[in-house]
Design a protein around this ligand. Sequence first.
Ligand SMILES: Cc1cc2nc3c(=O)[nH]c(=O)nc-3n(C[C@H](O)[C@H](O)[C@H](O)COP(=O)(O)OP(=O)(O)OC[C@H]3O[C@@H](n4cnc5c(N)ncnc54)[C@H](O)[C@@H]3O)c2cc1C
Length: 490
Amino acid sequence: MVEQKSPVKEQILKEMQDVVGHNWVSIEPADCFAYAYDMTTAVHFLGTGNAYFVPDYVVLPGTVGEVQEIVRLMNKYKIPMYAASHLTNLAGIHCPREGGVEIDVHRMNRIIEVNEEMMTVTVEPGVTHGLVRKEVEKRNLKMPCLIGPYSGTLVGHCIGWSIPAFCQFGMEDRIVTLEAVLANGDLIRTGSAAVIGQENTNPYMRYALSPTLHGLFLRSVGTLGIVTRITFRLLPKQEVEEQVHIGFDELLPCISFMRKFERRQISLYHLAWSVPAIAHPAVPDISVLFNPSELNKHRELFHNWTDVIGLTGTAEQVKLYKKYVKEDAAQYGGEIVTFPDKVKEYVESVSKGGSSKIIRGYTPGVVVGGVYAKFDKVVPLCKLINEMAAKYGLKDPLGGEPYIVPQLIVPLERGTVWYVDFDPWIDQEDPQKNQSMLMEVMGQLLTSYEGSLLLQNPMLEPLLMPGFVNLWKGIKNVIDPNLLFGRGYR
Ligand SMILES: Cc1cc2nc3c(=O)[nH]c(=O)nc-3n(C[C@H](O)[C@H](O)[C@H](O)COP(=O)(O)OP(=O)(O)OC[C@H]3O[C@@H](n4cnc5c(N)ncnc54)[C@H](O)[C@@H]3O)c2cc1C
């Protein structure tokens, strides 16, 4: 942390003002404190002794050139840097673990191009995926599902979190090329956009040059630099889009059905929610969440697992696909379910991603965990997560009963790889308990359950082969020789 109001701090502030102008940089505590939060209410759980992570400076560059100048300046003074866009993540992954500067890309918010022929959208980092969705639909294109609020950015999703709720086309395959200011201030573009002079005319080819560098940035959570532009491949809009809901009492038949259906290769998206995971976002009125008897009645609308499938195509295709859903579901004891109007509307919008109703599932604050697993590990893994919640004595913050962890399951890549999302509440009185529980669960998932974790975590490094760790550290050292970007995360 830089000392409050020291001459050095004043000097750095002045140099930043020279780059972005007086209005776009601040050291005021009220401005800085805003970055100690994400979309949950419980980020302070990340700090030691409930401390918040607050930056010393906040800067909002308006152009790529300004980003480069700020990054070079921070390297001169060796100040840690953290990227931020709309702060809608759920794990405090933008929070400045070691003070320094928060580089907020809000102001870079142009949709540069929607290209119908290439089925792409090219955006700056401050553009929300809600806006992209709205704009591309005017051109017969469609944005794939991203779970999370529409106010999150497309870039933040890809770089920060990016859980592919979209089984048919994993998110990784949607990024075509990107542009980034590296942690040392250099500018790079990937794929065909790396050819000098073609950054605007041909950013459409991912595999134009090797290696396929954009992959480095996926889930890099701002540890390599600032992504300043992304070209993202969209989907064609179809005549009909419909969502079907199937209830299962047990998880194994549910995922067996999902696997079978995925191999028909027709779903637009596919996921299964446990009761708390879907019932809470789908309450017809928020007051139900705080009324135990109403909430229990509402929960009874749901089977233990609600499978959701998005279907799309011509009316004739969708009719046929629904017939397959019915046949396959019956084979595994699943039942097509219907919900009361409002509940149906919320189940649909939350399952498509982006709905603000998802927040209801996360009140008053969770830690989000996720893991990729093989089919045969999904059931034991879901069981382990609840056993751990019991072992650590997590209580439901609303009713006080033993806590059943909300879970979401997504069959990726045609049901070969399974994403399991689990969201334990944060025990506000003893946040360390959640931290310990998550660490124990993650450790077990990685080893005993052969799972694959989403994000890098230095604490898990002893479990990784030295060659992998050395290569990753080597890349980081080249891009960020002063180890400033995302310090504390890597
Ligand atoms: C209730 C809720 C549920 C959600 N569920 C899901 C889910 O199931 N699946 C899912 O994928 N997402 C989910 N999310 C959303 C997701 O976590 C964020 O919306 C997403 O990370 C984008 O957030 P953002 O644009 O606001 O970025 P921020 O929150 O500001 O930043 C996210 C991360 O990206 C980095 N970053 C941001 N911009 C840049 C940039 N230009 N260059 C480099 N690094 C950058 C930051 O440093 C940080 O590490 C959920 C969010 C909420 C609120």
